[in-house]
Design a protein around this ligand. Structure first.
Ligand code: FAD
Length: 519
């Protein structure tokens, strides 16, 4: 593993699909420093599917994407995503990605939200992991790219309204600064603002928070997609139980063991994901139990087929002593994908000179108000490549040297119970009041609680305290944007405004970065 340089041409913050794809694009133009706050191979990648449109299916894929976006997709962004997707996937295959293809043909499968079959899988269940493996292998062949792990980016450095570098807390807990010509944010999502999330512990909204504090525009933060079915074991991370299980015939049962989806939608368990998530929340609420959940039931399905088709899910549940072919699986919905983020154009440029964004941290408008399942990996590839290309073409300024302020205090730990308790409060209030089903009163309460917590993270010193400050800022952006959107659309559902209001709200929310006033 290489150390941190004082300066480089490009800094890419994030070693997921978006960051790695961008780095490959940048490698011929200069020195590329890819930073990851954890082990670079731990980026989330996703566990399930990626989308590839066969040439004659691009129109259908676009149609499905626009329908899922519920009126709010930026058509050009969605078009770019689906049109450039096939090229990006073909390229990945040429770089060694293994996808399901008996003989020479790729295997396409149908998803509930798709009018056609254009979902691709890697053998097993980890398409994202397989894509990441191939991207890492490709990165290793480019000597201009250094991937440096366990370096925590805490702020963007700016001069004359241009981003000129990054300040970090190094793996040894020391403050560091790296000067560069341009920065790409590829830091992933914000899922950790919620008590229940499928996201990894790295998804603390660092990119959105850093960009916002530096003055960049942030957009569509109210739209957070929730996955209806995540394994619920009290002290364990919420493991995603794919929608494919319901497509294969899994049933949902409440704690009295009754199937309930028929009451909520004619398609029952195959209803759209947001309908299923809200139905589950309602069943949990009416159960009156405290730590409540519902069950996913696969006990009536062919056990051999279940094991063969879902080896990862089967194995993970077995680690919790749940045999999904014999036992009911306790589940809850969980925050899954942040649709909004740092606002970019189709070239990956943010509103701040020298700053670019791609992947889940970015808001291109391609997903509109809700993401079509499996479009996220594609987004990282397509817009990661685009952002890299733009950064390459716009490389004009040599990096300015920065003086390294080694005296300033910073550290990596130790674990601070107060900070963990504060993060817990953010997660609880967001889950309760700005989650799957929202009301004005609830969101006002969330904003009030979050603003009250703000002084406690006003001067963060450790990594975890910085993450807490970032979580708080991301949560506030979600809660305030959700409060302002007085309608329901896509992933944003308000019980007090259950319908669309096209007259007032057929537009993207945009918040200009800077100091968020906490009063
Ligand atoms: C369980 C699960 C299943 C999914 N399944 C699918 C699927 O089937 N199909 C699909 O299309 N999408 C899926 N998704 C979504 C998709 O995986 C993600 O949207 C996508 O991988 C995000 O890629 P990214 O490159 O933007 O960020 P990530 O892969 O999250 O990478 C973020 C990187 O940024 C780094 N980072 C963050 N903050 C800092 C910081 N302050 N300093 C330094 N480094 C930092 C992290 O360490 C990490 O390397 C799934 C997501 C989850 C959680």
């Amino acid at each position: 593993m290489k150390g941190l340089p004082a300066e480089t041409d490009f800094v890419v913050i994030g070693a997921g699909v978006a960051g790695l794809r961008a780095a490959i694009e940048l490698a011929d133009a200069g020195r590329v420093l890819v930073l990851s706050k954890k082990d670079a191979h731990s980026a989330q990648g996703g566990t399930d599917d990626a989308v590839l449109s066969d040439e004659d299916e691009v129109i259908l894929h676009l149609q499905d994407t626009l329908i899922a976006g519920d009126g709010l997709c930026l058509p050009q962004a969605a078009k770019t995503l689906v049109e450039e997707g096939p090229e990006r996937i073909e390229e990945l295959i040429a770089w060694g990605t293994q996808l399901d293809r008996p003989k020479t043909k790729l295997v396409f499968e149908t998803e509930a939200s798709y009018s056609h079959s254009h979902v691709l899988r890697a053998p097993g269940e980890s398409t994202g992991g397989e894509i990441l493996r191939a991207l890492h292998a490709k990165v290793q062949t480019r000597k201009n790219i250094s991937v440096v792990e366990f370096e925590f980016s805490r702020e963007l450095l700016t001069e004359d309204e241009r981003v000129t570098g990054v300040s970090l807390i190094s793996d040894r807990g020391l403050p560091e600064e790296v000067a560069c010509s341009a920065v790409l944010l590829a830091t992933g999502g914000i899922g950790q603002i919620y008590r229940n999330t499928t996201n990894p512990d790295t998804a603390t909204g660092d990119g959105v928070a850093m960009a916002f504090r530096a003055g960049a525009e942030v957009s569509d933060m109210e739209f957070v997609q929730f996955h209806p079915t995540a394994l619920y074991m009290k002290k364990s991370p919420r493991f995603l139980l794919s929608e494919a299980l319901r497509r294969e015939g899994a049933h949902l049962r409440n704690i009295e063991m009754n199937r309930f989806m028929g009451k909520y939608h004619p398609l029952g368990e195959l209803a759209p994901a947001d309908v299923v998530a809200r139905a589950i929340m309602h069943e949990m609420e009416v159960s009156g139990a405290k730590d409540t959940f519902v069950y996913l039931d696969m006990t009536h399905m062919n056990p051999a087929r279940v094991q063969k088709r879902f080896p990862l899910i089967y194995g993970t549940c077995m680690k919790h002593n749940i045999d999904i072919t014999e036992d009911m699986v306790p589940i809850r919905p969980a925050a899954h994908f942040g649709i909004g983020g740092v606002r970019t154009d189709l070239q990956g440029k943010t509103s701040l000179a020298g700053l670019y964004a791609a992947g889940e941290v970015a808001a291109t408008g391609a997903h509109g108000a809700n993401r079509l399942p499996s479009n996220a990996l594609l987004e990282g590839l397509v817009f990661g490549a685009r952002a890299g290309k733009t950064m390459r073409e716009e490389l004009t300024q040599a990096p300015k040297r920065v003086s390294r302020d080694k005296k300033a205090a910073s550290q990596n730990g130790p674990v601070d119970a107060g900070i963990e308790e504060l993060i817990g409060q953010i997660q609880d209030v967001m889950w309760k009041d700005a989650g799957i089903v929202r009301t004005r009163i609830g969101m006002q309460e969330a904003v009030k609680v979050l603003e009250g917590l703000a002084p406690r993270v006003a001067h963060p010193r450790t990594r975890r305290a910085h993450e807490a400050a970032n979580l708080l800022l991301a949560a506030l952006l979600v809660a305030r944007s959700a409060l302002a959107r007085e309608e329901s659309r896509g992933a944003h559902y308000r019980i007090d405004n259950p319908a669309h209001d096209d007259k007032k709200f057929l537009k993207h929310s945009v918040v200009k970065g800077g100091n968020l006033k906490f009063a």
